[in-house]
Write a protein that binds this ligand. Structure first.
Ligand SMILES: [Zn+2]
Length: 413
């Protein structure tokens, strides 16, 4: 049999606090029996206070990290203690978190895998379900200090991100300077945003800039709770509004074409050209391939109204991503152009931009970067897709926090 010292070393337990009693092969798994050495008294797992002994407790089993092809389990009898505050609870032992069925080392590796690889890869490598990984992630995140992230924040971004097919929203707050996620909760509304400011407390007075999408409730809460901060527009959302306005025109054009096709005016190819052109219309023209450019040219020749809508979208994108007084002038020229465009979705957009002008100008002047909010938006959507298998929003939030708050897990090695 392997030496007990060697086993303790492989398991990563301290020989001073834990004694390895024996290791045996049970049903193709290595089972290692441990006995915690307690010098004084057992501790409560919640408050870590020393507590009186309650009973011997039963033998418990936890999954440890595999030894290559063989699964490893740790077995120990852990007594229960009587905590004045938490009642009768299983005493704390050094190799496992309270209530967990995996050792701390296993959980650390699982959290690392959850962040670094796909759901399928992680659950195959760890040989446990993705849902189990989800509850491990939640336990690991619960130990992180969320309040530390709020220290010294100056410029924040507030965003609402939909998950589960646009029916539910997360409230997301990012720190523009540290480039990290500092707050993420289920439900984007007045109440959740107010409780964020409650948590921020006195530190609110340090905030100089707040960027947000155009939601009126965000503007309202921010002006009430954080009156000294400059409210800036998230350019990412402004460009998104333009893309949505363009999509309305594209759909109208497409419906028109199919109507005419029914009457025999067009060949069947026309609808397909419009459908394929979708990406060419959305993309930044600097990134267009030759065939995408050709589709755009085709649209310019055959559907001038759609092409004009595209030019309006591009005009707004160029104006709002610029900096300084020229960009502000370009924004005002754009608003007039859109108002006179006689394309309803852009006339509405022009009105929205006019109402939101001061926030957009603040962003252009203060050069508050847009890339952070945009990249977090994309990343959280990707995480939401992966976390969908967890079937609960707490696990999604935990995974987002673990990945984006600058507190990424490290391997126990
Ligand atoms: Zn306690």
């Amino acid at each position: 049999m392997l030496s007990k010292r060697l086993l303790a070393r492989v398991l990563g337990v301290d020989a001073k606090t834990v004694r390895v009693e024996q290791a045996e092969l049970v049903d193709d798994c290595v089972q290692i029996r441990l006995r915690p050495r307690i010098v004084h008294r057992w501790r409560c797992p919640h408050c870590e206070n020393r507590c009186p002994h309650y009973d011997q407790g039963r033998t418990r089993r936890w999954r440890a990290l595999d030894w290559w092809r063989t699964r490893v389990f740790v077995v120990a009898q852990v007594p229960r203690v009587q905590c004045a505050e938490h009642g009768v609870v299983v005493a704390a032992v050094p190799w496992v978190r309270h209530g967990a069925r995996h050792t701390i080392a296993f959980e650390q590796v699982a959290a690392w895998c959850a962040v670094e690889m796909s759901a399928t890869a992680a659950s195959r490598l760890l040989r446990c379900t993705w849902r189990t990984v989800g509850s491990i992630v939640a336990r690991v995140v619960a130990e992180l200090d969320g309040d530390a992230l709020l220290e010294g924040v100056r410029r924040i971004g507030i965003d609402e991100i939909s998950y589960r097919r646009h029916r539910r929203y997360l409230l997301v707050v990012v720190d523009h300077d540290q480039r990290r996620l500092i707050h993420c909760v289920d439900g984007a509304n007045r109440r959740t945003l107010e409780s964020f400011f409650d948590q921020l407390g006195k530190r609110t007075s340090l905030i100089t800039h707040v960027s947000a999408d155009g939601a009126p409730w965000i503007t309202k809460v921010v002006t009430e709770r954080c009156p000294t901060a400059t409210l800036c527009a998230d350019i990412f959302h402004v460009v998104q509004w333009a893309t949505e306005a363009l999509d309305v025109v594209r759909r109208d054009t497409w419906n028109e074409v199919s109507e005419r096709r029914r009457r025999g005016h067009y060949g069947t190819g026309e609808g397909k050209v419009l459908k394929d052109a979708r990406w060419s219309l959305w993309k930044n023209p600097d990134h267009l391939s030759e065939s995408e450019q050709a589709r755009l040219d085709h649209i310019a020749a055959t559907h001038p109204r759609l092409h004009r809508a595209w030019a309006l979208k591009e005009g707004l994108r160029v104006a709002v991503t610029g900096v300084g007084p020229e960009a502000v002038a370009a924004l005002d020229r754009w608003t007039q152009w859109a108002q006179r465009s006689r394309i309803p979705s852009f006339v509405t957009l022009a009105r929205r931009i006019r109402n939101y002008r001061s926030a957009i100008v603040a962003t252009i002047t203060h050069r508050l970067t847009n890339a952070l909010v945009e990249s977090f938006n994309t990343k959280i959507r990707l995480i939401a897709r992966r976390a969908f298998g967890f079937h609960n929003v707490a696990a999604l939030i935990a995974l987002a926090r673990l990945t984006l708050s600058g507190q990424r897990p490290t391997l126990p090695t």
